[in-house]
Ligand binder design. Structure first.
Ligand code: SAH
Ligand code: SF4
Ligand code: F3S
Length: 458
């Protein structure tokens, strides 16, 4: 007679994660998959194939939040259809909307099984057990004293480029922003924990690591010697790791850009010459209202110092238009700053009042149509700069990390040092390698290039 079931192998189940928001959420989604893998969950490519769905949500603007509730409506239909067939679907809502509005999600969408915040996903196995075996509704939006990083399994990597969270939370309290409330207080991971994760990623074939944090350049994790390491010091150390060719970091705050980090842009060849440094506005009055704690000229001077250290540095930024009380003159100041700096790319958003943030309570809110016009104008200027930057790349030779197959057979896509997508005709064998390419054409959002070293094709 066959033994009933002596295998310790968990039953195979499919997990589908939909990620909204920033790179930290992308990182968290991969880590949630790592946490659930020992329970037998592997990746479903389509939501229809999943036994469990996690929506990893973003609360930064109203639109981001609305998407979650409309997606939940679709999942309710899927779950009901499954239940008619005698099956089931476990639905979890994670991330920043879950953190901010956990109880509201449970009230508005009672078919959601698990609601969990960004700091508790290491506890997912017990939440899944409670929800699936005991049929309980689970809400876990704590800020645990013990950081989740102490409990996460080794990371798995897909492809040659990976994110690594080194810092979490934010104590800056910009008046428009929900992040300090959804992610909690600022925390820097210990250096040893970061290095162990980086080593593991490199062992699994990763060539490029992007260090992540809401204020990543405010990193001050305890080092093995007991002293606090700056981000610059961490980057210099990582650059000595064999096999790690490229290092990036995001997102930075202008206030935390110290001399050591600026010098790392001069000294560390592995540190890519691209920096995303949000400024939000070019008006000192608005910057003060936003509690950004610097002026537009402080930002200009900082960029001068960065460019003196690394003349080849390409810059990106974030802007908000239509902050309460913003005048046409304030918008002019922002456009002036954009013209003065010259960005390779930038993101711009209409101000979205977020519940519980100080700026949402300011009386002088800007009408939607005015925000729209200001955004259009800002995006036009930024768009022109991006096109000019891309055109300036034609004829240049870049090292590109080819990390994805293209849409057409025989085509690969990679990232330039300046984060542009680069398309090239190249054999599949070159996937996941760094190749020297010559840029032949520039498109508004990408570059086309050719392989320089044709021997690589042999
Ligand atoms: N930590 C980063 C930004 C994180 S949020 C920093 O300090 O810059 C990413 C971007 O979203 C912000 O830079 C800002 O431009 C935008 N953003 C944040 N809150 C917003 C709001 N209430 N309305 C519109 N855009 C917002
Ligand atoms: Fe939000 Fe400001 Fe913190 Fe950035 S620095 S996460 S914009 S509060
Ligand atoms: Fe959004 Fe949370 Fe990131 S609010 S931008 S997912 S930190």
């Amino acid at each position: 007679m066959l033994p009933l079931c002596l295998s310790t192998q968990p039953v195979s189940k499919k997990l589908f994660i939909r990620t909204y928001g920033c790179q930290m959420n992308v990182y968290d989604s991969t880590r949630m998959a790592d946490v659930l893998a020992p329970l037998g969950y592997d990746t479903a490519l389509r939501v229809e194939d999943a036994d469990m769905v996690i929506l990893n949500t973003c609360h930064i603007r109203e639109r981001a939040e609305e998407k979650v509730f409309s997606e939940l409506g679709r999942l309710r239909d899927l779950k009901e259809a499954r239940q008619h067939e005698g099956g089931g679907l476990l639905i979890a809502v994670a991330g920043c909307v879950a953190q901010a509005e956990g109880a509201e999600i449970q009230a508005r969408a009672p078919y959601v099984d698990i609601v969990l915040g960004p700091q508790t996903y290491h506890r997912l196995p017990e939440m899944v057990a409670r929800a699936s075996r005991a049929g309980q509704k689970v809400l876990d939006t704590d800020f645990p004293v013990e950081p989740k990083f102490d409990h996460l399994p080794a990371p798995s990597a897909q492809g040659p480029s990976a994110f690594l969270s080194v810092q979490e939370g934010c104590d800056k309290f910009c008046t428009f922003c929900v992040v300090p409330y959804t992610r909690g207080a600022e925390y820097s991971r210990p250096v040893a924990s970061v290095l162990a994760e980086a080593e593991r990623l490199v062992e699994t074939g990763v060539r490029e690591i992007t260090l992540l944090g809401q204020n990543v350049n405010g990193y001050h994790g305890p080092g093995p010697d007991g002293s606090a390491w700056s981000l610059g010091r961490l980057i210099r150390h990582l650059a000595r790791m064999p096999g790690l060719d490229r290092i990036r970091y995001t997102t930075s705050h202008p206030r935390d850009m110290d001399d050591d980090l600026i010098a790392a842009h001069r000294d560390v060849p592995q540190l890519m010459p691209f920096l995303h440094l949000p400024v939000q506005s070019g008006s000192d009055r608005i910057l003060a209202e936003m509690n950004r704690q610097h002026t537009a000229d402080d930002y200009r001077r900082l960029i001068d110092r960065l460019r003196a250290a690394q003349p080849d540095l390409a810059l990106s930024s974030d802007f908000i238009v239509g902050f309460p009380g913003e005048t046409d003159a304030d918008v002019e100041a922002t456009l002036r700053l954009v013209r003065d700096i010259g960005f390779a790319q930038a993101y711009s958003f209409k101000y979205s009042p977020r519940p519980g943030t100080p700026a949402a309570a300011i009386g002088d809110q800007i009408p939607e149509t005015v925000k729209e016009d200001r955004l259009t104008e800002l995006q036009r200027v930024i768009g022109e700069q991006a096109v000019a930057f891309n055109r300036g790349c034609v004829g240049r030779h870049f090292d590109v990390l080819l990390d994805r197959p293209g849409r057409h057979p025989g085509q690969l896509i990679g990232r330039s040092p300046y984060m542009q997508s680069v398309f090239v005709t190249a054999p599949e064998a070159l996937l996941n390698t760094v190749q020297r390419l010559e840029v032949v054409t520039a498109n508004p959002n990408s570059l086309a290039a050719k392989l320089l070293d044709q021997r690589a094709c042999a």
